[in-house]
Design a protein around this ligand. Structure first.
Ligand SMILES: Cc1cc2nc3c(=O)[nH]c(=O)nc-3n(C[C@H](O)[C@H](O)[C@H](O)COP(=O)(O)OP(=O)(O)OC[C@H]3O[C@@H](n4cnc5c(N)ncnc54)[C@H](O)[C@@H]3O)c2cc1C
Length: 399
């Protein structure tokens, strides 16, 4: 949560005046905690999107990460290339064609590899006669844990105050200001930006707003591959297998002191941040292992660890980025990342600050409004399918 704070002081004539103190970031836990959606060793950065509105953001985010790298002297992004793959004739094939259409429309270069040519490019894959794929050279990974720390340090360098263990308890209007009441005191603010992920509705409840956010408990697993040198960042791309169904797998090359990483997109149960556990789901772990065994068997090795993480989903899986004007709070801005926002963090920060300072942004964020049916119409059917039972079988038939 980020707010522009102001402070009441008395001048020499004892007249109360308000001065802008600056920007305050509030975090309910300790910095670097594992309870939300952002903390892990890696996150994927890709330009391959089926919806055109994300591609300009993804293009700019690379440059924005570069700014943070130059200023901090830390490498945050590693370009690995990205492979979107699907089996011919499956719903995943249709997804892939949508990606190809959007990337073509947005002048994003990509290459097609089909059948055995996939294996020629990446011999780490097992035989792929029935597959098609799109390769996009600019995709990569972000060192997420480091990037979080760097962003906080850069914010502090530029004058922001960051308070940890400072939970927002309530937000209330006070005259033409907004008062944010926290476990560490109250702050009078000109603008408030709420980016509280899975806890968004807890924070917004005090202003009477409830957004249709579904929270799921996801997990990723790291394998200690004995063939490390085949799955390094310069030899293996980030991979997303499109099935058109929930629990579709993705693979990430080895980074730092971790192993080969895999996860299932939308694989987990619906929970709340208060009911979630940190216990890995064994059935999903088995499914993750089976996918790796089937597609990239040489990546497999002993399981290093499985890490749980929260998705905060919207019904259409598009972001929410809007003011709470409809609820009578135009100075409160909300962002919800719909479980694909990490890559965009620096550019989203830029847009949110434009909204806070100028009241408008240079980016097209019209798809992210709260007025769209997915957010405003309670009968809007969610486009994601959740709680699909994970079977014990080796692989689903669409592979
Ligand atoms: C397993 C997994 C893999 C993913 N992979 C990718 C990927 O490869 N690429 C990608 O782009 N995205 C990915 N995502 C999605 C991405 O990580 C999230 O969209 C993004 O990190 C969410 O950031 P956030 O700041 O909105 O939420 P969070 O990171 O959850 O942060 C919200 C913060 O608000 C704090 N907070 C909440 N309530 C309060 C309160 N009352 N007072 C003070 N503080 C409060 C929380 O403690 C938390 O720190 C993945 C997510 C998961 C779970």
């Amino acid at each position: 949560m980020i707010i522009q704070i102001q402070k009441k002081i008395c001048n020499e004539y004892n007249i109360c005046i308000i001065v802008v103190v600056g920007v305050l970031g509030l975090e309910q836990f300790n910095l670097g905690h594992d309870n939300g959606g952002s903390q892990d060793r890696t996150r994927i950065l890709r330009l391959s999107y089926s919806a055109c509105e994300y591609i300009p953001l993804a293009k700019d985010t690379k440059e924005a990460w570069g700014e943070a790298e130059r200023e901090s002297g830390m490498q945050l992004v590693y370009t690995t290339g990205g492979l979107d793959i699907a089996k011919r004739g499956t719903p995943g094939h249709e997804c892939l064609e949508k990606f190809a259409k959007s990337m073509t429309a947005q002048n994003v270069e990509f290459e097609r590899y089909e059948g055995q040519s996939i294996r020629k490019k990446f011999p780490q894959f097992s035989a792929t006669p029935k597959w098609i794929s799109l390769y996009q050279k600019d995709a990569g990974i972000i060192d997420a844990a480091l990037a979080n720390a760097v962003h906080i340090q850069l914010a502090r360098k530029h004058g922001a105050t960051i308070l940890e263990n400072a939970a927002v308890l309530r937000i209330v209007k006070e005259g033409n200001q907004t008062k944010v009441c926290t476990s560490q005191g109250d702050f009078l603010c000109k603008k408030v930006i709420v980016t509280s992920g899975a806890w968004t509705n807890d924070v917004l409840s005090s202003i009477g707003l409830k957004l249709p956010i579904t929270v799921t408990q996801e997990q990723v697993t790291y394998f200690a591959t004995p063939h490390m040198n085949e799955f390094t960042k310069d030899r293996f791309p980030v991979v997303f297998l499109h099935t058109g169904l929930p629990a579709a797998p993705y693979f990430i090359p080895i980074h730092g002191n971790t192993g080969f990483k895999t996860g299932l997109d939308l694989g987990g149960p619906v929970i709340t941040p208060h009911t979630r556990t940190f216990i890995p789901d064994e059935r999903r772990r088995k499914k993750e292992r089976n996918y790796v065994a089937e597609l990239c068997p040489r990546a497999l090795g002993p399981t290093l660890y499985t890490k749980t993480c929260l998705y905060a989903l919207t019904p259409d899986r598009n972001y929410i980025m809007d003011t709470c004007e409809e609820a009578g709070h135009r100075d409160i801005i909300v962002f919800v990342g719909a479980a694909h926002a990490y890559k965009m963090a620096p550019v989203l920060g830029k847009i949110l600050s434009q909204l806070a300072i100028d009241g408008r942004t240079t980016y097209d964020i019209s798809s992210f409004t709260m007025k769209r049916p997915a957010i405003s119409d309670p009968s809007y059917p969610p486009c994601f399918k959740l709680d699909v039972p994970v079977k014990d079988d080796i692989l689903p038939s669409y592979l």
